[in-house]
Design a protein around this ligand. Sequence first.
Ligand code: ASP
Length: 423
Amino acid sequence: MLIFKFGGASVKDASAVKNVAQIISMFPNKKKLIVVSAMGKTTNLLEEVVDALWTNNYESFRYLVDQVYKTHLKIVDDLFIEKHEGLVNFLEDVRDNLLERINKPISENYDFEYDQMVSIGEHISTKIVEEYLLDQTNLALWIDTKQFIRTDNTYRNGNVDWNKTQELITNNLVPLFKNSDTIITQGFIGSTSEGFATTLGREGSDYTAGIYAYCLNAESVTIWKDVPGMLNADPKWFDDTVKLNQISFQEAIELAYYGATVIHPKTIKPLQNKNIPLLVKSFVKPGEEGTIISESTKFDHLIPSFIFKMNQIKIGITPKDFSFIAEENLSHLFHILSNAGVQINLMQNSAISFDFVIDNKTNIIKDLFSNLEKDFIVSIEEGLELVTIRHYDQQTIDRVTIDKHILLTQKSEQTARILMRNI
Ligand code: ASP
């Protein structure tokens, strides 16, 4: 059993969908589960739809819903030679149901409403891909992932109920492969026991592929991307990036943790637990070898990797009464941070001060400050960059710190982390 995951960029328009079908056809006589994301930037658009409804901005809501409809209609029109009544009707129904939301009472839970509406993106994309595969090869079966991936009701960040999910997949999905070698489903989505949609966190379709791979004991997972594999740095920052041909699960988790965005961080664990290799390959050049992520740590140290986080803010705090930064203060502090939904990128403490670095997100920072200022003297420094180098040496450190003022450096055996700003 192979698991393929196609992200938004790989289904962003009609020619991209044709390319997906072409890639699938390269693996005949193999059982395949195809996990697909929403098309192009649909999820962002649907987030705007939710916000417009939530703020009673009905004019903008209608306009945005129409955009969702039109962008998909264009893909359908470009994809099929003859008019595809079924899909057009489906898109009209989706649009009309969304518009109906204006007349229905809205729940008090934003995250709940978000998941019910944003999950529509994957529903539409998989319907279109399924129809195209059927049109071309007569081989594809669409399934609703909500029937198989069970989560709790933490909307926007559903926690998978692994026992129930395993049971549903074993009992209800495995038998379907008797009817079709190619089954297509939605990434990013799960369902509560009451049948409400949940989402698994932005970019969560990789994780979906990992969940199915685990429960189906897959041979491998392939994530098809618009890059040749995992690179040792984001091409946005380096011209001469190098592809990592082979790395270990552990290395991949470390890279994802420090901020490498190629794979969703939660994806690796289920694969590592069952030793299922993860391949990252190019959908532009599907014949070329990408990156293999597996158990072997043999190649990890060969190429240093660089992960940049821009727009960082360093917050320094000191208890107002000059008490030590000890357990009590720390637990109070972490409580404030966790309530604010803040993720710490780097931290360091001394006797009476605690410094931490986070992404500079205006919506979070203001509340955070006012909460911290109740008990602590707070200082901030904005406009910083945090670079993490895996398998560093002095040369790699020198490379990234040219013309920079270094504020803080942390080194472990394999990893150097440097907080800096432009001179
Ligand atoms: N469509 C979702 C997103 O854009 C999930 C995914 O693509 O992985 O975040």
